[in-house]
Design a protein around this ligand. Structure first.
Ligand SMILES: CCCCCC/C=C\CCCCCCCC(=O)NCCO
Length: 572
């Protein structure tokens, strides 16, 4: 009797599994067809951009292509070049960069029409050109752009074009900028690599075996390969700063409420405390400053979205010559960065000291707890929303490690955490991050608020204007590593948890001596350190950035210090 019952249950279970598997297989076939269709559409959009670019004569194109940001803006303003010529030049530049890095999702065909319309308007002598008149801009794929998908790398979200531009895109268009290309992201956005089943893998312009970072990795690759002069990225745990640090570009994540979030589809909707924010990415700090100075020149954003406080650009703070007090650290006590990342901070420290600022050692409290609180609050529902979406999709193989962790039931993770803690304490600790209950989640929100308060007290007590630290723990990593090493985001994630402004600026490049230091002085004392060490080998010549962070609404101070570091590094 028992045997029959057991055998029947087994048969039913096998049938259930088979039905589930057959259904999933059927769905995978459908999804693969959608991918083929989308990739054909992309090829079509590249063809369109190529044909448009070919309408421009070579001399004009070369002349425009050589202009740096301020000169391009000036030439568009004084009419020495037209908007359509600027767009066609940037179509061409992005095609070349894309061939090298696979950073483009779609070219924006309407850019041609918008450019022609602006040129038409400019024929009227009374027409007053808006400040970003004719400026081609790239957008991370998840930035809401009317008529275009925001898939976040999910096949299931293709062919669902956004109906209304996000507030930032509305503003860009009003100010005269021309979005001409959408750039790639990792599936789910919750990774600092850049690959998805829809558009494939974006590569680092200097080493195709490595990632350009993520999640704004399409932007960093495109900008670094000179396919864009200014782009918009997004950041919930480092997604602007890590790609910038990896590729030698620069970018800032403003504090959450300096931009509107209306209609923005983040990685996990319904996240109350830790939220993604848009921010500019560019080849230099001046460009990001000019951009933010322009979009924050008035309270237009607040008028569209009353939840955004009316905080406008503060030129006095940016241009101030007052000497500042800056806390710095090279090790947050959770993940010791490889030697080159530490060297970059020490060089930036020297530059700031030479400029007359006071640098004092600083240690952010409780970082191991911060990273646990961050993961819990950023996933919110222990990964349920993401697991469900991923199970209904083609899962990107480069995300497998993270996906497995989202799928293992939390009680099972907790059980094994206790065992794993004995031989790999850091991973054991992270295995207790995902929430078990709403009560736990509520307590974590309370803890985050308490942490913000503790940090505020520290900053006030020590009279600090800013913090200086590494962006991450290694140079650009091979594509598959970020999903195994999400612990390396502690240097960026802390400032999302605190909702500080935080930016990344290039300081140096990996040298042979750095590689020797890595061999001699970086102990692979656990599997994460071993991964960091192993994959930091062979990186001579890759860029390394540092991070500057300031309390909310002090983006101007953050940018001022980033600019001073950049001036110290480049001499310009
Ligand atoms: C055992 C814990 C499993 C946790 C799985 C990992 C969860 C989170 C990893 C966070 C990695 C964050 C990378 C940065 C992502 C980012 O800023 N995205 C921007 C979205 O707009």
């Amino acid at each position: 009797m028992i045997f029959t019952l057991f055998a029947t249950s087994l048969v039913f279970f096998a049938l259930y599994l088979y039905t589930w598997w057959a259904k999933r297989e059927k769905r995978q076939v459908e999804l693969r067809k959608i991918v083929d269709r989308k990739r054909a559409d992309r090829a079509e959009s590249v063809k369109f951009a190529r044909e448009s670019a070919q309408k421009l004569n070579l001399d004009t194109r070369n002349k425009i292509a050589a202009l740096e940001y301020s000169k391009l803006k000036e030439a568009l303003q004084n009419g020495s070049i037209s908007c359509i010529d600027a767009v066609r030049t940037y179509y061409h530049k992005a095609i070349l960069a894309n061939e090298k890095t696979n950073s483009v999702c779609m070219f924006v065909k309407e850019a041609e029409r918008w450019a022609l319309e602006w040129d038409e308007k400019a024929k009227d002598p009374d027409f007053k050109k808006p400040p970003l008149f004719g400026l081609p801009m790239s957008l991370k794929e998840c930035v809401p752009l009317e008529g275009y998908d925001q898939t976040r790398g999910f096949v299931q979200d293709t062919y669902r074009p956004t109906k209304v531009d996000g507030v930032l895109v509305q503003q860009l268009k009003k100010l005269g900028a021309i979005p001409y290309v959408q750039t790639n992201v990792p599936q789910s956005l919750l990774s600092y690599n850049c690959s998805n089943p829809v558009y494939g893998k974006t590569t680092h312009p200097m080493d195709s075996t490595r990632t350009s970072g993520g999640s704004s990795g399409g932007e960093s690759a495109l900008i670094s390969a000179d396919g864009s002069i200014l782009g918009i990225g997004g950041d919930v745990g480092g997604s602007i700063r890590i790609p910038c640090a990896y590729t030698g570009t620069t970018g800032i994540k403003p504090s959450h409420l300096r931009f509107s979030h209306r209609g923005v589809c983040g990685s996990v909707p319904g996240r109350p405390l830790i939220n993604s924010n848009d921010g500019p990415m560019a080849q230099n700090v001046d460009t990001t400053v000019d951009f933010l100075r322009t979009v924050w020149a008035d309270t237009w954003i607040t008028e569209q979205d009353p939840y955004v406080p009316p905080v406008t650009w503060n030129e006095d703070v940016y241009s101030s010559t007052k000497k500042l007090k800056i806390g710095y650290y090279i090790d947050d006590g959770w993940f010791t960065p490889t030697p080159v990342c530490q060297r970059a901070v020490m060089e930036a420290k020297q530059i700031l000291e030479d400029a007359g600022h006071t640098l004092v050692p600083f240690k952010p409290p409780k970082v191991p707890e911060v990273i646990r609180m961050f993961i819990r609050a950023v996933c919110v529902d222990a990964g349920k929303y993401l697991s469900r979406k991923l199970m209904n999709d083609i899962i990107d193989p480069l995300l497998y490690t993270q996906v497995v962790l989202w799928m293992v039931p939390v009680p099972v993770q907790r059980f094994f955490a206790n065992i794993i803690k004995t031989f790999f304490p850091r991973f054991g600790s992270l295995m207790t991050s995902l929430t078990l209950s709403t009560e736990e989640l509520r307590c974590t929100y309370a803890d985050i608020e308490a942490y913000r308060s503790e940090m505020s007290n520290l900053i006030i007590e020590k009279n600090l204007d800013a913090l200086l630290c590494p962006v991450t723990v290694t140079p650009a990593l091979p594509h598959v590593v970020p999903s195994k090493l999400f612990a390396g985001t502690s240097y960026t994630a802390i400032f999302n948890l605190l909702d500080y402004a935080a930016g990344s600026v290039n300081v140096t490049y990996v040298t042979k001596k750095d590689e020797q230091d890595l061999e001699d002085n970086y102990e692979p004392s656990d599997p994460w350190y071993a991964l960091a060490k192993q994959h930091s080998r062979g990186t001579v010549g890759l860029p390394i950035g540092v991070q500057v962070a300031t309390p909310p609404y002090r983006e101007e101070t953050c940018l001022r210090l980033m600019r001073e570091i950049e001036r110290g590094v480049t001499g310009k």
